[in-house]
Design a binder for this molecule. Structure first.
Ligand SMILES: Nc1nc2c(c(=O)[nH]1)N[C@@H](CN(C=O)c1ccc(C(=O)N[C@@H](CCC(=O)O)C(=O)O)cc1)CN2
Length: 284
């Protein structure tokens, strides 16, 4: 292994301790930030992620509001929970865990959320604000990736970035983040319709692999010294298999482990969005 590790676990721990201090300062002013989660159905992965979010809240002093609905819940049931959280003053912000079970339409649910309570940065208003350069909550995984790179001093300014995958939580929005003047990268978004992925990969200083295709990114396609972030989650015999072939660690300059890379950063950035929203409202 030649690549240096983009250690998401350690970085997220550092961020959480910074956030704990900010939460303590808010509480001293009489403000307790609260995160709400909406979990629909019984997907074990989604349940694990939601439980993790509440464990993180307890660690930094954020209050937890948990709403659960069975897989048989109707669109109306889910939307009613959203209405309830929109009106709950104890809830600073909340997320609807994705994906929703088959038969439910996520877009009307996301649109119904109060944009000021959007902890995930996935509401159309939040994505619109990001596109327009207006302050607001930012999508957690893209934000976690930027923070992970920054805290390891990986140069983003001027970098050629290749993103693989056009899903809502990562691929669609990360380009908006990385092409802001403050980040100043050049971004190519690749997906299943991309004719020659290897051609794009070979030019990339930074690769964000979020396709969910095991070992899609191969050592021979990676530019020596590149930073490679593995966001893919496939499972084989109970273990995570990422989008990045293990041999890439011999070529890359930086690599994020999976697990232990981008995942913990996603969780830390959700807490960050809640603390920022509480601070904004408290005028801090
Ligand atoms: N409403 C949302 N839904 C989903 C999001 C999201 O950001 N908002 N992202 C993913 C799931 N996710 C958070 O919700 C998430 C995924 C992975 C991790 C994580 O820490 N993973 C661990 C490994 C865990 C394992 O063994 O399975 C790691 O990478 O170390 C945290 C959060 C989809 N849905």
């Amino acid at each position: 292994m030649t690549a240096q590790i983009l250690d998401g676990k350690a970085t997220a721990a550092a961020i959480k301790s910074e956030l704990a201090a900010r939460v303590a300062a808010l509480k001293a002013r009489g403000v307790t930030p609260g995160l709400g989660t909406v979990l629909v159905g019984d997907d074990p992965g989604s349940r694990w992620y939601v439980n993790g979010k509440h464990k993180d809240c307890a660690e930094v002093g954020i209050a937890s509001i948990q709403r659960e609905l069975p897989a048989t819940a109707s669109q109306e049931d889910v939307e009613n929970v959203v209405r309830e959280l929109n009106a709950d003053p104890a809830c600073t912000g909340y997320i609807v865990q994705l994906p929703l079970p088959k038969g439910l339409d996520q877009n009307p649910v996301l649109e119904l959320m109060d944009p000021d309570k959007d902890a995930d940065g996935l509401h159309p208003t939040s994505l619109g604000r990001l596109a327009l350069g207006i302050e607001g909550p930012l999508p957690c995984t893209p934000l976690g990736i930027v923070e992970l790179l920054r805290r390891h001093d990986v140069e983003i300014d001027g970098a050629e970035v290749v993103v693989i995958g056009r899903g809502i939580t990562v691929g669609r929005s990360i380009g908006l983040l990385l092409t802001r003047r403050s980040e100043n990268a050049t971004v190519t978004l690749c997906h299943t319709g991309t004719r020659d992925l290897a051609y794009h990969l070979r030019k990339a200083d930074i690769v964000v692999a979020a396709a969910g295709v095991p070992h899609l990114v191969k050592p021979e396609d990676v530019k020596p010294g590149a930073a490679v972030l593995d966001v893919g989650v496939s499972r084989s015999e109970g273990k995570i298999v990422g989008d990045v072939h293990p041999g890439v660690a011999e070529v890359a300059g930086w690599i994020s482990p999976n697990p232990g890379g981008v995942g913990p950063m996603t969780r830390a950035m959700l807490l960050n969005n809640i603390v920022e929203a509480a601070e904004r409202r408290a005028g801090v």
